[in-house]
Design a protein. Structure first.
Length: 381
């Protein structure tokens, strides 16, 4: 150890690894929000998942702008049409496709589509075509990003058994399949936080009643209960009423897990000094729970929400797949997969399984985002 006037110098050797692990001054002075954001950015997979989901939800109100066709538009000449070939920089155009001619294969009695490669036709961009689509119910327009070539069709992923464009139906189906998760989580979190919070705070007979209710609901097999409640929806209800009822069913059956987690956290938080101080100062129960106890549990709530939405999406998909969820003319990914129940059709027309891809991507994105938020919201761990 050496000493100079006004300075202290250590004789210990410099360790680069130890120096890297030392906290910077900016970390010591940073707010909790800043620390959460810095930690979240380190998880690249969670950031990419968040951007993907943000783009998906921003596209929902304008799905018709990106879809070449109306979801119910039918073409009897394109039943089970395969995905069309798209070429780049051909015949002096950026993107071109080729018109197809359908005929019956006399050997298999299946429609056979043949592309005319001698007649490349350019796709149309930013123009009006087809049936109009609605923007949030405020107005209708036929203006679209991409339109089929003049005198030809455009099936990027193929067509279904009624000659409807699968790509357009995927975009429109996202409006219901992604929204049902948000509504279901809102309902389940509202019930779970209220019942779990007051059960953990008050205890006694209220806690016992909530716990017994949770045990009864959790003891029931989930899928049969979904099926039974969905089958009870009147057949004469419209698509919008059925959609909200399915969201309510999913939300009512998903709250017990959150209620139990909130209860266990509140059992420990109600013994904290700041809660006792708020009680002695005469704060109301609603203020104590909402302003003092709930914020300390918010990190878990945010992570649980992002992990619960995929469950809701898969629940709606399963119900619609089995014919007990949303009903035509509504469009959802589960309803589209209902066409893939026939294994023979899937073997011949594999593009009918296309709705599986966005379902898998969205569920994985929510799981990755939830894991990243769960770690980031505890920056001091």
């Amino acid at each position: 150890m050496g000493r100079r006037p006004g300075h202290w110098i250590s004789d210990e050797p410099w360790d680069a690894e130890t120096d890297l692990q030392a906290l910077d001054r900016k970390d010591l002075d940073a707010s909790t929000t800043t620390l959460i954001w810095r930690r979240f950015k380190r998880n690249k997979l969670a950031v990419l998942s968040g951007l993907f989901l943000l783009i998906m939800y921003l596209m929902l109100p304008v799905a018709g702008f990106f879809a070449p066709y109306h979801p119910q538009a039918r073409n009897t000449d394109a039943i089970y049409a395969p995905p069309q070939e798209i070429d780049i920089f051909t015949a002096g155009h950026f993107l071109v496709t080729y018109p197809t001619v359908s005929e019956i294969d006399m050997a298999t009695f299946q429609p056979k589509f043949t592309a005319d490669y001698d007649d490349p036709r350019p796709l149309r961009w930013l123009t009006s075509c087809g049936d109009p689509w609605s923007f949030l119910g405020l107005g209708e327009t036929a203006f679209r990003l991409i339109c089929p070539p003049e005198g030809s069709d455009l099936y990027l992923i193929g067509a279904d058994r009624l000659g409807r464009d699968i790509f357009s139906r995927l975009l429109h189906g996202a409006q219901l399949s992604l929204t049902v998760g948000l509504i279901g989580v809102t309902i389940s979190f509202g019930i779970g936080m209220v019942l779990g919070g007051f059960a953990g705070y008050f205890g006694g007979w209220l806690d016992a009643a909530v716990q017994r209710s949770i045990e009864i609901i959790r003891s029931m097999p989930e899928l049969p209960i979904w099926l039974a409640l969905s089958a009870a929806i009147p057949a004469n209800w419209g698509p919008v009423a059925v959609f909200f009822m399915i969201s309510v069913i999913l939300g009512l059956l998903d709250w017990p897990g959150l209620a139990r987690a909130v209860r266990s956290k509140f059992l420990s938080l109600r013994e904290e000094d700041y809660v006792r101080a708020a009680e002695l100062m005469g704060a109301s129960t609603t203020r104590i729970v909402g302003s003092h106890m709930m914020p300390n549990f918010m990190s878990h709530l945010v992570a649980s929400a992002t992990l619960s939405i995929p469950t809701m999406i898969l629940g709606e998909t399963a119900l619609s797949l089995l014919g007990l969820g949303l009903r035509p003319p509504a469009v959802s990914w589960g309803l589209m997969l209902n066409d893939a129940l026939d294994l023979t059709a899937v073997e011949i027309y594999p593009w009918l399984l296309a709705p599986m891809i966005p379902v898998i991507l969205v569920v994985l994105a929510f799981n990755f985002l939830g894991d990243g938020l769960r770690d980031a919201l505890d920056p001091y761990s």
